[in-house]
Ligand binder design. Structure first.
Ligand code: F6P
Length: 324
């Protein structure tokens, strides 16, 4: 019987984590379970940086970006000694189950910890990258796409006024979700993704065709994980081959990680938070919550961390049709 759960956020923060934390805390309390917030992810677990929580501890946070529990990528937790210390801290505080909100690194850590100490765990997918298996959407992705689109719209105004070619770099270390969605929403001429090999000559010929078809300005979205490099490098390569293009570069960076979560991310965080906590209390563990076809589902950690969801090939095709 679980009596006391711990909850933490880990890896890169994402908008909607606070809404999700609120849901976890209130669901636990609703079911008469004690709940403790663990600061700074796995590092806080090792250091015993714990915060007892009640329903009011999570008041007025549903609209706030970032995570009030803070986040970190812990090198100590990668070592067995760090995990032993984390388990000692958990046992001392009476926490008998955990809810981890984070990305694939978070789930990998949880899987190892679970196999070593048997502590029941559920995961909730929180990353702007949307690259986790077992869910159509991760927490923060929708907000990050909206932030990127707002920026692209503004860039479009100035690009059109000066007849310029803009390269806009968006986040996505391994996956091009933000790039693809923001590119389609922002009406980009081209979207360069880690999932497709980038060919600079092909890109130039596409941009020249656009000019022939009376386009006076263009926007190229570059995913930070693109195989040919970031937006600065790609712009340089294009300029070297085509000095006539009036190019500019904007790197959106961490702006995409912050900000008030969209209504979509607040709902997603609330749904996943309630469902994951209830499943944990029912005895389900070693799984991550997700949303597939608008239904809450649970996927084994081992499966969720082995692969990440591929981009929808139809979306890729649409992006090319829409850019002519
Ligand atoms: O995983 C989310 C993410 O925002 C990636 O898109 C990006 O590459 C990375 O985190 C940046 O990490 P950090 O904030 O540690 O520099």
């Amino acid at each position: 019987m679980i009596k006391h759960i711990g909850v933490f956020t880990s890896g890169g923060d994402s908008p909607g984590m606070n809404a999700c934390l609120r849901a976890v805390v209130r669901t636990a309390i609703y079911h008469g379970i004690q709940v403790t917030g663990i600061m700074k992810g796995y590092q806080g677990l090792i250091e015993g940086d714990f915060l007892p929580m009640n329903a009011r501890s999570v008041s007025n946070i549903i609209h706030r970006g970032g995570t009030i529990l803070k986040s970190a990528r812990s090198a100590d937790f990668m070592q067995k000694a760090g995990r032993d210390q984390a388990f000692k801290m958990l046992s001392n505080s009476g926490i008998d189950a955990l809810v981890a909100i984070g990305g694939d690194g978070t789930f990998r850590g949880a899987t190892i910890f679970n196999s070593e100490f048997g502590t029941p765990f559920v995961g909730i997918p929180g990353t702007i990258d949307n690259d986790l298996y077992g869910t159509d959407y991760t927490l923060g992705f929708d907000t990050a796409v909206n932030t990127a689109v707002e920026a692209i719209d503004k860039i479009r105004d100035t690009a059109a006024s000066h007849d310029r070619l803009f390269f806009v770099e968006v986040m996505g270390r391994d996956a091009g979700y933000i790039a693809l969605w923001a590119g389609i929403s922002g009406g980009a001429e081209a979207i360069l993704l880690p999932e497709e090999k980038t060919d600079i000559d092909k890109l130039i010929s596409l941009l020249k065709t656009g000019e022939e078809q009376l386009k006076t300005s263009s926007i190229v979205i570059v995913c930070e994980g693109d195989d040919a490099g970031g937006a600065l490098e790609i712009a340089k390569m294009v300029k070297a081959k085509q000095p006539g293009f009036d190019t500019r570069v904007t790197v959106l960076g961490h702006v995409q990680r912050g900000g008030s979560p969209s209504a979509f991310d607040r709902i997603l965080g609330s749904r996943l938070g309630v469902a994951a906590t209830q499943e944990l209390l029912r005895g389900v563990h070693g799984k991550t919550a997700g949303i597939l076809n608008n239904k809450i589902t649970f996927t084994d950690f081992t499966k969720a961390t082995k692969q990440h969801a591929p981009l929808d090939p139809e979306m890729l095709r649409y992006s090319k049709i829409l850019a002519i």
